[in-house]
Design a protein around this ligand. Structure first.
Ligand code: NAD
Ligand code: LYC
Length: 513
């Protein structure tokens, strides 16, 4: 009998092939589902195709640098209220992470020399924005205060599965005002609320980029509930960076999962979800091994779940309808740079957004996102160096079907184009470059297993807020989805919510304590 640890690789057999729950994928959505269920006593197996946990929230190391794969601006790490879902997810399995507060969420560099810093301090932010748009001071306050109304409703209640009627009744009786407040905002988008308070077109463009930089769509398409979370939590719990890098969140959750008796297998790529008599009953890996469970959860995107893990011909009609309402957002072109510390002044902010032309904001490479995590945690780079992660939206079509040399050349050209544009904000960047690794939509597809390398679903037309986003149950009995293809969408705190909700629904279905 081999020695069994709760962390293994796909070629090592497990003592049992039967579990309560199998979770495909160890993104934050998958890990929160798994840890919540393990903490309730379920026998959980997580199957991850990569060698470490985290997915988009993973990391990689090169020449003394530890780079975050994606996520770096982290919400949900506050220490009060109910919306601090990352803090809560870690606590549930008795693990802890040190976090470092970020005093400024974003430093925006916008057309017409407009520069705005979103301070952690709400009043300071309103003051700064008001100075740029003095005639709109009142509208600015009214708009952001309305976002707080949404946040306060969420932050007043326990956040669990909206597919569980007894929970809904309970929260309604405990907090009818907050529930009715949320019901009112569920079908709304940010654009209509912003236009009620604000008329200056440039300021409305600012609200567009405030939305676009996390939802990848402008205000008219961004759900108001999500904006309530993002525009308020940054001042309430604040943006906090995990010491040791974003990858620590997944590492700690995986550790907590094992402590709670769960199992995680790496290099375990699910090939198909097994369906018997119309019900999901197990998972077959690419190495042929089969595991069975009472419930199956997919943390892969909906496009990877329905069409790959479940054959196209078995796709439920509800999924077909969903695909008409939502489309894949672009992927990113990512530059992971190591630079000499002298390139940055000590007072540089950690996160920057650069838009040079409003007309191009939504175009490929139109907006540049910059994250410099070593300003908060210097240990991520060798002494005397910083990490700059710069990324910009980019579609897979631009990178498909290129022979290797052409692909490499195109990557180089695109990367140097971004470095040139960054020079205006960080002069001396080119000369101070020590290391550069470039990832394209193809890299995101390959390493994150995300169809076309997509960042997540975006509405294909103006929808009624969050009403069209599916919850965790699917039309196939026994199969659930979790992660950014489910309510409420992209974002670590959002997928953590999806994980809490998914685990809650399954725990009720399995009658776990
Ligand atoms: N805050 C930020 O700065 C930022 C930046 C980028 C991404 N993000 C967020 O990260 C979130 C992603 O979280 P998530 O939980 O939805 O998913 P994820 O994509 O991070 O994780 C999915 C995991 O499933 C694994 N997987 C997929 N198919 C598999 C298969 N067939 N077999 C085995 N494993 C498989 C992948 O390897 C990956 O680890 C998104 O919401 C995104 O918004 C945030
Ligand atoms: C009973 C009755 C009558 C009723 C009922 C009602 C109710 C209860 C309702 C409820 C609802 C709920 C719960 C909801 C929830 C929600 C949530 C949780 C949400 C969340 C959200 C979050 C989010 C969206 C987040 C996001 C974030 C992101 C995405 C981020 C990103 C970032 C990036 C990309 C980066 C940037 C930048 C730079 C770097 C510069």
């Amino acid at each position: 009998m081999p020695v069994i640890t709760h962390q293994s690789f796909a070629d090592e057999p497990l003592p049992t092939q039967d579990f309560d729950v199998i979770v495909i994928g160890s993104g934050i959505g998958g890990l929160v589902t798994a840890t919540q269920l393990a903490a309730k006593g379920a026998n959980v197996l997580v199957l991850e195709s990569y060698i470490i946990p985290g997915g988009s929230s993973g990391y990689f190391e090169r020449e003394g640098y530890r780079f975050d794969v994606g996520a770096s601006m982290i919400f949900g790490f506050g220490d009060q209220g109910t919306t601090n879902l990352l803090t809560r997810a870690l606590e549930a399995v008795n693990v802890k992470l040190e976090t470092i507060p970020d005093p400024v969420q974003i430093n925006y560099h916008l057309p017409g020399e407009l520069q705005v810093r979103v301070h952690r301090d709400y009043e300071k932010f309103l003051q700064e924005l008001g100075e740029k748009f003095p005639d709109e001071r009142e509208g600015i306050r009214k708009f952001y205060d309305e976002c707080w109304q949404v946040f306060n409703c969420l932050n007043a209640m326990e956040l669990l599965s909206l597919e569980e009627p007894r929970y809904l009744m309970r929260v309604f009786f405990q907090n009818p005002g907050a529930c009715l407040g949320l019901v009112q905002y569920l079908p709304k988008n940010v654009g209509e609320v912003a236009k009620r308070h604000i008329s200056n077109p440039e300021l409305l463009k600012f609200i567009d980029i405030e939305c676009y930089c996390w939802s990848v769509v402008p205000a008219d398409l961004t759900p108001m509930i999500n904006a309530g979370m993002v525009f308020s939590d940054r001042h309430y719990g604040g943006i906090n960076y995990p010491k040791g890098g974003v990858g620590q969140i997944a590492e700690k959750l995986a550790e907590g999962l094992q402590k709670a008796g769960g199992t995680i297998q790496y290099k375990a790529r699910a090939k198909q979800i097994l369906i018997e008599n119309g019900q999901a009953v197990g998972v077959e890996l690419t190495n042929g091994r089969v595991y069975r469970a009472r419930r199956i959860v997919s943390n892969a995107t909906r496009w990877d779940t329905f069409g790959k893990l479940i054959p196209e011909k078995m796709m439920p009609s509800s999924e077909k309808k969903w695909r008409k309402r939502y489309q894949k957002s672009p992927s990113f072109l990512s530059l992971h740079l190591g630079v000499e510390a002298s390139v940055l002044t000590p007072e540089t902010d950690c996160h920057h957004i650069i838009v040079e032309d409003w007309q191009k904001m939504e175009e490929p490479e139109g907006t540049i996102f910059v994250s410099i995590p070593t300003l908060l945690d210097p240990d991520l780079a060798p002494p005397g160096y910083h990490i700059i992660h710069a990324f910009t939206p980019s579609w897979i079509d631009n990178w498909e079907d290129l022979p290797p040399t052409e692909y490499e050349q195109k990557k180089e050209e695109a990367a140097w184009g971004i470095v040139d544009r960054l020079e205006k904000i960080f002069p001396g960047l080119d000369a101070g470059l020590d290391y550069m690794e470039v990832g394209t939509a193809r890299s995101h597809r390959r390493f994150l297993n995300r169809d076309d390398g997509t960042y997540g679903p975006i509405p294909s037309r103006q929808l009624r807020g969050l009403l069209g986003m599916p919850f965790n149950r699917t039309a196939i009995p026994g199969l659930y989805c979790v992660g950014d293809s489910t309510f409420p969408g992209q974002g670590l705190n959002a997928v953590a919510f999806s994980g809490f909700a998914c685990a809650h629904r399954i725990a009720v279905d399995l009658k776990l304590g």
